[in-house]
Design a protein around this ligand. Structure first.
Ligand code: B4P
Length: 189
């Protein structure tokens, strides 16, 4: 299965992705994690994206698209994968579609997790207490919400038109949300 996790910052994409890849035994491709790893390793790419991410902006499309293309070309992705946080812009989605079309492949399901703004904010401020992420502070969180609204939310209509979008209520315990996701995917398979 080829699955995309869509949703605003802090909605639980990373949390639910981890559970899902353990269940489905497919690779977990988190662009946020790949970019953070490049920043930690101080690679050339990491140095380029660090200030963008810490300011709550997105990394440049060309950088992220190239990272994902390289990852999807690896042999463990042949039978499916879960994309967590990619695509995040319409150009990223278009480039993914082009790459898939070359191999006559398609995305099976796009899971759009939803949670109200207040709860998103609460979760991210809570995470800020536990994890040292440069992008989890009040000002940056607001900026990330704006970026999500302007750049990422148009993908909802994009995938709705393709007939692969599934809305999932992200409120509740991690287990409750996961049950909803499994219920949706059981119907797709
Ligand atoms: P990501 O790493 O994708 O992270 P995120 O959107 O902030 O969070 P996520 O939704 O995964 O939330 P999580 O499960 O952790 O992106 C970070 C940055 O990377 C972006 O802002 C951007 O700059 C850059 N980037 C990534 N992809 C890019 C792309 N394609 N193009 C350009 N730039 C890109 O959950 C949040 C918290 O809530 C956690 O603490 C968790 O424990 C808690 N939580 C989860 N589920 C819960 C539940 N049911 N109840 C209560 N708490 C819950």
């Amino acid at each position: 299965m080829r699955i995309i996790f869509l949703g605003p910052p802090g909605v639980g994409k990373g949390t639910q992705s981890q559970k899902l890849v353990d269940t489905l035994d497919i690779p977990h491709i988190s662009t946020g994690e790949m970019l953070r790893e490049a920043i930690r390793a101080k690679t050339e790419l990491g140095l380029k994206v660090a200030s963008q991410m810490e300011g709550g902006r997105l990394a440049a499309d060309e950088i992220v698209v190239q990272l994902v293309r390289q990852r999807l070309a690896q042999s463990d992705c042949r039978n499916g994968y879960l994309l967590d946080g990619f695509p995040r812009t319409l150009p990223q989605a278009a480039s993914l579609d082009l790459a898939l079309a070359v191999d006559d492949e398609a995305i099976d399901a796009v899971l759009n997790l939803t949670v109200d703004q207040e709860e998103l904010f609460r979760r991210l401020m809570e995470r800020a207490k536990k994890e040292d992420r440069g992008d989890d502070n009040e000002d940056t969180i607001r900026q990330r919400m704006t970026v999500y609204h302007d750049m990422t939310s148009p993908l909802i209509a994009y995938y709705e038109e393709q007939g692969v979008l599934h809305r999932i209520d992200g409120i509740g315990t991690v287990e409750e949300v996961f049950d909803r996701i499994c219920h949706v995917l059981n119907k797709v398979e």
